[in-house]
Design a protein around this ligand. Structure first.
Ligand code: HEM
Length: 144
């Protein structure tokens, strides 16, 4: 369904784009100045757009995946099943990173813990980019 793919791509633009702006635009300056404030300000704004975008990704993604492959084959060793498994694994990793950041890192964010949050931002951005790469696997029939 084209509208579903459109929504998925729109959500992907927000999720990947937002994290790239954070990683490459906001974080380096905050690290140089040892000031977590710009990161905190960005997170405050991005949270309101990024979380709905991620939810949109999950709903549209699961829906699209069920159009590509019936559910009972999702955990088989077919190449398309491998792509779906990769997406689900990335989703679990994203959720774990998100919960850890929200509960452990952001509440106690200061100049000292900023590099740790930086590493975290790097990981979540790489995960977001990997999501997009895995997305191309449906059209090209496999992960690689
Ligand atoms: C932030 C998370 C995600 C991002 C950034 C993302 C990104 C993308 C991108 C860029 C494509 C484009 C593929 C193309 O046009 O060839 C795609 C396709 C796809 N994604 Fe995701 N995705 C995400 C999450 C998910 C999740 C959780 C699922 C669930 C299994 C999923 C399932 C799919 C499916 C089935 C397609 C193929 C759509 C089609 O061509 O019909 N995605 N994704």
């Amino acid at each position: 369904m084209r509208i579903l793919l459109f929504l998925h791509l729109l959500g992907a633009s927000v999720w990947v784009g937002g994290h790239l702006v954070l990683l490459l635009g906001v974080l380096p300056k905050a690290l140089r100045q040892r000031d977590p404030q710009p990161v905190r300000a960005f997170e405050g704004i991005f949270e309101r757009i990024g979380i709905p975008a991620l939810l949109l990704q999950v709903v549209s993604g699961l829906w699209l995946a069920s159009l590509w492959l019936p559910h009972d084959l999702w955990f088989s060793d077919l190449p398309l099943a491998r792509v779906i498994q990769a997406k689900l694994l990335l989703l679990a990793f994203t959720a774990a990173l998100g919960v850890h950041a929200r509960l452990a890192l952001i509440p106690r964010l200061d100049a000292q813990s900023l590099p740790r949050l930086g590493l975290h931002i790097l990981l979540i951005t790489l995960t977001a980019v990997a999501f997009a790469w895995a997305g191309t696997g449906f059209r090209y029939g496999g992960l690689l």
